[in-house]
Structures are given as structure tokens and as C-alpha cells.
Design a protein around this ligand. Structure first.
Ligand code: HSE
Length: 431
């Protein structure tokens, strides 16, 4: 039986999960693939700490060269995350004729073009199923299952940590900080949780999804990113009263000849499927021309779910290696109907707005007067007055407005003496 050798760099949480699956399911995978998938070497800076999977100590090394320069190793599995030295390891592996499996969304979002080009030049592949939605097979579905489709939009809840925080605020009345603390304790936040709550992790994943759907690897600077750190429990509650949930959405959407690529908190109607995606669950909603509207749903983080995706990539690569084939994974075709990327200033949306204003005659008239000046039409207004205090929250829903106009109106409103703090504006999605 042919043996395929794997070298793993990064024996952390997901890495241990991969080893666990390859070991515990060895005979199952052998029957499925007709191959002996062999773990030849495992590299990590820490080869002392106990993992929740036992390995032969002779497999362990601190020296990545033992993998990168071993001609018998067919596949590098990179699970250290971050940009450096992960980028150099992948480059070196490709140079040395290895295929690569990675879960490194940040690296591929920022340096994908260079690495994918290097891979194609070498006749090798970089697979990255675990980079978005952990075990949800969204990458494979987009590139294979939906190969004949063109896409109108992709909307995703792709960051488990943010979704956990927002759900915990909505369902259990936790404050933002309480919910973040819980999320960190559960262990699925990034090493730097700012990546989760400020929307960068979602943006990295969105760049990869956009690549697969629209054939453009957009630059990070072209993605509008706003996180959830300014969302208060009050906003979550007011949104709920109005029939909405707040979710951090990653959106790539065609608007005529433009493509909008953005990440931001969004009010979505409770009746929409995405509104009931709670906790660490992820969901990706795709509008396609042939298969229709599809929803991919499942745990978006976790050792075994992410490792399941890594193993699926390994198995797919082994089949090509066995057949002596090179099928470039990046059979990416640019959607020519997309002529440009639309800047956020030019985008249109409905909004939920919360003003904190003095409770006295004429204040609402001044606010609505400024909105009218920018041709912004109000859909509903409520003054939230739990106890009579000097300043009260005024919650407003507005009809579709241009982002640029809304920002200009808000900055004028926020300068009024009657306004106590910066107003909160959250987009609403007509899904
Ligand atoms: N920090 C990520 C999340 C892990 O919370 O979704 C999975 O990419």
C-alpha cells in the first residue's frame, strides 16, 4: 500500500486534533483512501507540554527543517497561525515540492496571491478548508459543489467569538465585557481577541470567500471593517424589541456592476435563518444563480471540527498524489460583471440609530431637521425612558440612506448641545 507522509508544524489545539483523528481513524481512512497516511514528523517550539493525544517522542522536533527539507514528506500541514514564520515555511515547502494544508486565514487573506502563484508555479496546491467555518465544508462546496454557479452575494457569521458575545448579550443579558470574558475562557478566541471583536478575523475569512465566489482576492484596505466593541446591551435589547437580532456579518454583495465587501454589526429580522445562529456557531448564506439560496451552518471553532477540515484537505491531496495528478485548486475565474469595488461611503443601507439626548422640547425637531437636510427619511422613532433623567435614549430606524450622507448628518447632530454622547448607528440588512 502506498504511503503518504505528513509533516505537521504547529502541535497546538488543532494540530493535536489532527493527530488524534489520523491516529484514531487510521483504519477507517485507510479503507476510504486505499493509502497509508503516515505522520512522519511533528514540529513545535514546545515539545514538552502534555497534549490530549499521545505520540511517539521520536516524531517530535523543534526544527522545522526536519519537515521542510525531508524529501519523503509529501504534505506540510501548517497550523502555527500568524504571518511569520508561517509564510516562509509554506514557501519553503512549496519550493521543495510539497503540497500544503493550512488553517491560516490571516496569512492567505494578506499574502494569498503570492503563495497561490508560487504553488501553481511549482505544480502544487495549498488547501485551506479549516480557515473558514472550521468543519463546515464551505470552501469545498464553493469551489466544487457549486462550480457552475455565479453568485449574487455571500453573507456570513464567520467569527464564533463575536457571535458568542452577541448571543450571550441577547439571550442571557450579559454585558459586552462579561460575555467577552466567558468567550476567552471557552478558548475559541484568537490569541489576540481584538482580531475577533474588531472584525479583522471575519474580514480575513471574507477575503477568502470573496475570492472563491467572485474570483478577486481583494486587498484588506478595500474591505470595510467595523467590529462589535461599541455594541451595548441597550442596543441589543432595543433591537430585540423592534424584532431584530444584532449579528456581526461578513458580506460580499454585487450591486449592479459594483461589489461591496464589508464586515460590520448588522440588525437582521428575527425571522431570518441567520438571526437564530447562536453561540460559537457560524453560518454562511449564499445566493447563487443555479442552486438558489443556501445556508451552511455548524460550529465555527473547536478542536475536532477544525481538525476535521484539515483532515479532509489532507485526504483530498493524497488522492491527487496517488493518481499523480495536479488539479490546481485555484480554478478561479473572475466574475467579469463586477467592474469595481464599491467604497463604503457610496453604499446604501437602512440604519438603527441611538441618540443620547436632552429630554426637552425641540430636540427631536432639530435632529429630524438635520436628517431632512441630507434627505434621510425616518421610518420610526421611540424615546426610551425607563426613569425620568436629564438625558434619554432616542431610538430611530431610518429608510435607506447613503453612508456618506448619514455620517455627515450624524456628525452634525453629535455637535448639538442637546446631544450627550456620540450617536450609535448600526446597519440593517434586508435579507
Ligand atoms: N477566533 C475564531 C473565531 C476561531 O472565534 O471564530 C475560528 O477561526
Amino acid at each position: 500500500m502506498k504511503k503518504i507522509n505528513i509533516g505537521l508544524i504547529g502541535f497546538g489545539n488543532i494540530g493535536s486534533g489532527v493527530i488524534k483523528i489520523l491516529r484514531n481513524k487510521k483504519s477507517f481512512l485507510t479503507k476510504k483512501t486505499g493509502l497509508n497516511i503516515n505522520i512522519k514528523k511533528i514540529c513545535d517550539q514546545d515539545i514538552i507540554s502534555k497534549r490530549n493525544v499521545g505520540v511517539d517522542k521520536r516524531l517530535l522536533t523543534r526544527d522545522p527543517k526536519e519537515i521542510l527539507e525531508d524529501p519523503q514528506i509529501d504534505i506540510l500541514v501548517e497550523l502555527i497561525g500568524g504571518i511569520h514564520p508561517a509564510k516562509e515555511f509554506i514557501s519553503e515547502a512549496l519550493k521543495n515540492g510539497k503540497n500544503v494544508v493550512t488553517a491560516n486565514k490571516a496569512l492567505l487573506a494578506l499574502h494569498g496571491q503570492e503563495l497561490f502563484t508560487e504553488a501553481i508555479d511549482k505544480g502544487k496546491n495549498i488547501y485551506f478548508e479549516a480557515s473558514v467555518g472550521a468543519g463546515i465544508p464551505i470552501i469545498k462546496s464553493l469551489r466544487e459543489g457549486l462550480v457552475a454557479n455565479k453568485f449574487k452575494s455571500i453573507l456570513g457569521i464567520v467569527n464564533g467569538t463575536s457571535n458568542y458575545i452577541l448571543s450571550s448579550m441577547s439571550k442571557n443579558g450579559r454585558t459586552f465585557n462579561e460575555a467577552l470574558k466567558e468567550a476567552k475562557k471557552k478558548g475559541f478566541a484568537e490569541k489576540n481577541p481584538a482580531l475577533d471583536i474588531e472584525g479583522m478575523d471575519s474580514a480575513h475569512k471574507l477575503i477568502l470567500l470573496t475570492y472563491l465566489c467572485f474570483g478577486r482576492l481583494v486587498n484588506m484596505k478595500d474591505v470595510f471593517v467595523e467590529g462589535i466593541s461599541r455594541i451595548s446591551l441597550a442596543d441589543v435589547d432595543y433591537a430585540k424589541e423592534l424584532g431584530f437580532e444584532i449579528k456581526l456579518l461578513a458580506i460580499a454583495q454585487k450591486e449592479g456592476e459594483d461589489l461591496e465587501v464589508r464586515v460590520h454589526p448588522t440588525l437582521i429580522p428575527k425571522s431570518h435563518l441567520l438571526a437564530s445562529v447562536d453561540g460559537i456557531f457560524n453560518a454562511i448564506y449564499v445566493e447563487s444563480d443555479l442552486a438558489g439560496d443556501l445556508l451552511f451552518y455548524g460550529p465555527g471553532a473547536g478542536q475536532l471540527s477544525a481538525a476535521s477540515a484539515v483532515v479532509s484537505d489532507i485526504v483530498e491531496l493524497t488522492q491527487d498524489i496517488k493518481a499523480g495528478l495536479f488539479r490546481p485548486m485555484m480554478n478561479i475565474v473572475r466574475d467579469k460583471t463586477v467592474k469595481r469595488l464599491r467604497k463604503i461611503d457610496e453604499s446604501f443601507s437602512r440604519y438603527y440609530i441611538r441618540f443620547t439626548a436632552l429630554d426637552k422640547p425641540g430636540v427631536l425637531a432639530r435632529i429630524s431637521g438635520i436628517l431632512a437636510k441630507f434627505c434621510i427619511s425616518i421610518a420610526s422613532v421611540t424615546q426610551k425612558e425607563k426613569n425620568r433623567t436629564e438625558f434619554v435614549p432616542i431610538v430611530m430606524l431610518i429608510h435607506e440612506a447613503k453612508e456618506k450622507d448619514l455620517r455627515a448628518a450624524l456628525s452634525m447632530i453629535d455637535r448639538l448641545d442637546a446631544i450627550k454622547e456620540k450617536s450609535v448607528a448600526i446597519r440593517m440588512e434586508e435579507v
